[in-house]
Design a protein around this ligand. Sequence first.
Ligand code: PLP
Length: 377
Amino acid sequence: MSTDPRSRAWVEVRAPAIRRNLQTVRDRVGGDAALIPMVKANAYGLGVERAVEVLEPVGPWGYGVATAEEGRKLREIGVSRPVLVFSPLPPGEYGIVVRERLIPCLSELGAVQRLRQAAEEVGVSVSFHVEVDTGMGRAGFDWRGASSWAERVRELSGGQLAWTGLFTHFHSADEMGGATVVGQWERFQEAVRNVGAPAADFMLHACNSAAALRLPEVAAGGVRPGIFLYGGVAGQDLPDPEPVVSVRARVVLVKDVEVGATVGYGATHRAAGARRWATVAIGYGDGLPRALGNRGTALVRGQEVPIVGRISMDMTVVDITGVEGVETGEVVTFIGTDGGAAIRLERVAELASTINYEILTGLTPRLPRIWSDDHGY
Ligand SMILES: *Cc1c(COP(=O)(O)O)cnc(C)c1O
């Protein structure tokens, strides 16, 4: 087995860029807002252990994950800061949350009861945050009924349960203008007032990356940036992050073909003349979107070349006619920079009719993640 992680195909992650992107968010919202970097889904596919290592020196208040298991993993790698679990929990996962001292985000009274029961069973104290649904619709107590549900939540907590936070989530902060953000923020403010306790008793937070960058004045007590940290553009007309991720792979075969030669399943591409094709060792089994077949491009020796034919599970063919000197072993870039040329994550997402988040989280474990500092690997 080869010991070089860059022998076939890999993901490069520029660690200091993640830290600087978090600093950009902090500069934007001011030093008072607690930073809760989102590291769910294995830090958006990049590797949670290294991500935490890189983010720690910035001194975040805590971290955000989606699942109890992701929270448990953070404890395993030594994170002692608060860890918020954002998705509503399946009934069987309250025990892990309690044992690992995670902070679940609750959306209904039944969840408060289940948490209370788990805390009593394990015999420890836990705190929780309450989500307020201001239009996202997937989780949270309805913003309108705050005075009644808050009273019930308060009755159920106390003792081993401490209610320590209130938050909401914006559905369209990535879109221009931010009108819906303001509308949801007003609903949230109304709910906070109707909850009836002094707001100072709670940590308040609302902003994902896009909201923090677009309307830093709604940062409240904390912000929850994700995509921007990992080099994804957070929304229309928002500042660019520093790029973080490159996806690269090796040429494993170079061949000269004649007019009419076909390539890939379905023979969907036919050489219009004499061409040189390179087979590259990456495919949709690595997370390169199959939708890039006959549409996407790659960088070879600083030049942009077309992907020809359908992408296979393990191989992709590019037309390198006119690029001098390409041999087996040459590095091909599918996302990221090569010389002066660049293929942006957002461009790949657009060609694949999806969003940058899905491209990052879709990169499969077959690609080693190679983390670098500013000086190389
Ligand atoms: C994923 C998530 C975030 C981060 O969103 P980005 O758009 O990646 O910045 C923030 N808050 C919640 C509740 C989330 O689920």
